[in-house]
Design a protein around this ligand. Structure first.
Ligand SMILES: CCCCCCCCCCCC(=O)SCCNC(=O)CCNC(=O)[C@H](O)C(C)(C)COP(=O)(O)OP(=O)(O)OC[C@H]1O[C@@H](n2cnc3c(N)ncnc32)[C@H](O)[C@@H]1OP(=O)(O)O
Ligand SMILES: Cc1cc2nc3c(=O)[nH]c(=O)nc-3n(C[C@H](O)[C@H](O)[C@H](O)COP(=O)(O)OP(=O)(O)OC[C@H]3O[C@@H](n4cnc5c(N)ncnc54)[C@H](O)[C@@H]3O)c2cc1C
Length: 661
């Protein structure tokens, strides 16, 4: 049953919705982690709808950058009055959802304080520092950005220095070169007044590596930059233009404090882990939003005929359209599920770290790096598919895609470039490969059992078992991913070792293998995503929901097999006939999903505010609203533009006069 049917909706959508073979609320509960969460989302969305002061005054596509910032500042100033009424503030998902509704996707002036600056203070300060800054940070008496990236350096080689002056017992923060300027930190340009500055700590001429420092950059009252601070906005960007990403130069600035060494030398990196954990489900959500817009639009758009004479069809009936869109839906769901799992894993590990236990830190770091890299890359490609699937209207800001996709583009870069992060996964895999090749063979214990990588120590069948069974065997597909991942891991490891034996240094050998190392990392993450999707579906009871989830899982798994078929076939593991079965499974899954497609996207329960798209409107009344949207454009405020006669009008008039002469 589809709970979204309303009698005044577009008839094509009513027809689609009436075909649902499952309960959309049951699907929604599966996606959002239970019926109560689904109910809470609806209550929060209703709260947002009922409070007009939290809405945008005009669509942000029509605003200048200054207007965007002012609009977001205005909302930030009243946000605190609302959040406690709208949400359980101790529930991060509720808070995130309310933020999303109020500010939407283009950033806002308190975001980096919430996701990076303040969490750094919570997780990386001692008791005395917490007494001083915790409550005031929570109250937003100050707003802290996270200033790590520099104009020209990587983090191990950061150039900003924090030198301890023994006489005055102070740290002196300094940007010694132009390349040491902090560049990019969100909200640093104008809105935040404190920066958590990552700087190389120097004590007694010894460097202790990058450490975070709490630095007041603007006067708390006047908000003017403090002496020694040069700060500003870095200018317009591809997306996130409601955020004032900034630059910062520190000229011998003196914050105060004492140095306490952390329990692990990578603790200073924990804020990045938290954001990576948030990014993966976010990528899933973005992709599901894109798929919702494109699928609903494809259900109301009629173009061309399939059977001549039968009339124009919904473009969703074209197999090519399904092949373009449904895999995005399946991938979006895979990222949401894996993201939710690893977010919980991340919070547990961060709790362990607080108690001095860092044993799972490396496992967590590798999986977060890999998921962030794969989900952001595939979501970017997938959203482009969604945009292209909407034809010309997909290119209009009215579709929502320009804002959605341009913001999505930062996902592959923020919190570490994707290739750099895949190489972190590869480092981790090479350690497992070393255990397989040497340590176990010589009687040493492998690392302790862990579902994330145990398969590397088992032997998957040497032959691919994918067959033409009517009910696909997911275990056979998972084993194919495991086989490929293990093969690529060991191949990269063996190549590394050979290069080293031929005299290359470890670093040079690493660089010469880095393309293959990234391939191994991708295969490992593909295996993780597939396993998580299978595990989650296996826990579902209730046949109608289970059936539609299995259709999506079938598409996901076989689509991913097809994506990596070269690696599976090159050594004869998978045969040509099996590739044929793979494709057959994909096409079958597309046609099974087709009648439920609109109901699946309805199940996500995205509001029109979240979709921000005339094409993806829940009621399907696209064309009349496209006209309304265009008429609201500031360009259409005047029948004749105020500068028309000054230029074009004059040009035409002069041309007319000339031709009369
Ligand atoms: C639309 C969506 C957007 C929505 C969101 C919008 C908000 C955007 C906010 C964006 C904010 C930012 O971008 S803030 C800035 C974020 N910046 C980054 O993420 C920089 C990315 N770079 C890094 O994290 C680092 O440079 C690395 C991890 C790539 C490399 O670090 P490194 O110190 O040079 O380490 P390296 O020699 O390679 O490795 C040393 C050892 O440390 C380990 N190691 C490294 N990191 C960690 C870690 N966190 N936890 C445990 N262990 C770690 C390695 O595994 C390795 O172990 P072993 O093998 O030796 O045992
Ligand atoms: C929208 C946005 C918001 C941001 N917000 C913040 C913030 O709040 N705080 C903050 O501190 N930073 C922030 N950043 C900075 C961001 O974290 C960095 O841009 C990101 O980590 C990549 O670093 P880089 O720009 O120095 O790229 P570089 O390190 O210069 O990488 C450029 C390219 O070189 C290649 N490359 C680099 N190193 C390697 C390697 N070791 N091996 C192989 N290839 C390599 C990769 O292809 C990479 O894409 C933000 C960036 C953006 C775009």
């Amino acid at each position: 049953m589809n709970h979204q049917i309303k009698k005044d909706d577009n008839p094509d959508l009513i027809e689609e919705r009436s075909k649902a073979t499952f309960d959309t609320d049951a699907f929604g509960a599966f996606i959002w982690g239970g019926y109560n969460n689904l109910k809470r989302r609806r209550e929060i969305a209703r709260y947002y709808e009922d409070h007009k002061e939290l809405h945008d005054t005009v669509p942000i596509a029509f605003m200048t950058r200054e207007e965007k910032l002012e609009n977001a500042y205005r909302k930030a100033s009243i946000f605190e009055n609302h959040i406690k009424k709208a949400c359980d503030v101790n529930n991060p998902e509720e808070v995130r959802y309310f933020n999303w509704l109020v500010y939407h996707i283009d950033g806002h002036p308190t975001s980096v304080h919430s996701i990076m600056g303040f969490p750094t203070i919570i997780n990386q300060s001692d008791k005395e520092q917490q007494e001083r800054w915790l409550q005031s940070g929570e109250n937003r008496e100050y707003l802290a950005t996270y200033a790590q990236t520099e104009l020209g350096t990587n983090i191990k080689k950061l150039e900003t220095t924090a030198t301890y002056d023994q006489k005055t017992e102070e740290f002196i923060l300094n940007s010694p070169t132009v390349t040491s300027l902090k560049w990019w930190p969100g909200n640093m340009g104008h809105s935040h007044n404190v920066a958590i500055v990552m700087a190389q700590l120097w004590i007694n001429n010894k460097c202790y590596g990058p450490h975070p420092f709490f630095v007041q950059i603007r006067d708390p009252k006047t908000h003017k930059p403090l002496p020694g601070i040069t700060v500003g906005d870095i200018g317009p960007k591809f997306g996130l233009n409601t955020t004032d990403n900034g630059f910062l130069k520190l000229d011998h600035v003196f914050p105060n404090g004492t140095y306490v060494p952390p329990v692990h030398d990578k603790i200073a990196y924990s804020s990045m882990m938290l954001v990576r954990a948030i990014i993966t489900p976010l990528m899933g959500e973005n992709l599901c939003i894109g798929a919702t817009i494109a699928i609903r639009y494809s259900a109301i758009r009629r173009q061309g005929e399939i059977k001549p004479g039968d009339g124009e069809v919904q473009i969703l009936d074209y197999q090519t359209q399904q092949h373009r869109l449904f895999p995005q839906l399946a991938r979006g769901i895979a990222f949401l599920l894996a993201g939710r799992n690893t977010y919980n894993f991340c919070n547990n590990v961060l709790k362990d770290i607080k108690n001095g236990d860092v044993s799972l830190l490396a496992d967590l770091h590798a999986i977060l790096c890999g998921l962030k890299a794969i989900s952001s890359y595939q979501a970017e490609l997938g959203l482009e598919q969604c945009r292209m699937a909407c034809g010309g209207h997909g290119y209009s800001a009215a579709s929502g895609f320009p804002l959605l996709n341009s913001n999505q583009f930062n996902g592959v870069t923020v919190e570490g470039d994707n290739l750099v992060l895949l190489l972190q996964v590869a480092r981790y895999l090479m350690k497992r490969a070393k255990e397989i090749r040497y340590e176990i063979r010589y009687g040493q214990q492998p690392s302790k059992p862990n579902e994330i990588y145990d398969y590397l120590f088992d032997d998957a069948p040497k032959k691919c078992l994918i067959d033409q069974a009517y009910v696909p065997n997911y275990k056979n597909v998972l084993e194919s991913f495991e086989y490929l991942s293990k093969k690529l891991t060991l191949q990269a490891y063996d190549k590394l070792e050979q290069l080293k034996q031929r005299g290359r240094t470890s670093e040079v050998a690493w660089n010469e293998c880095s393309v293959e190392l990234c391939k191994a990392a991708r295969a490992h993450i593909r295996t993780f995503l597939a396993r998580t999707f299978i595990n989650e579906v296996n826990q579902v009871n209730g046949l109608p929901l289970l059936t539609v989830l299995k259709d999506l899982l079938q598409l996901y798994l076989f689509y991913e097999v097809k994506e990596c078929m070269a690696g599976l076939m090159e050594d004869g593991y998978m045969l040509g006939q099996q590739l044929h079965y793979v494709k057959k499974n994909i096409y079958e899954a597309l046609s099974k999903i087709r009648p439920n497609a609109v109901s699946i996207v309805d199940s996500f329960d995205f509001t029109d505010r979240e979709l921000n798209s005339v094409l993806g409107r829940r009621d399907g009344h696209v064309y009349e609203n496209l006209l309304k949207w265009a008429q609201a454009s500031p360009l259409n405020k005047h029948d004749v533009l105020p500068f028309h006669h000054k230029y074009l009008g004059r040009m035409m008039e002069e041309a007319r006069q000339k031709s009369r002469l």
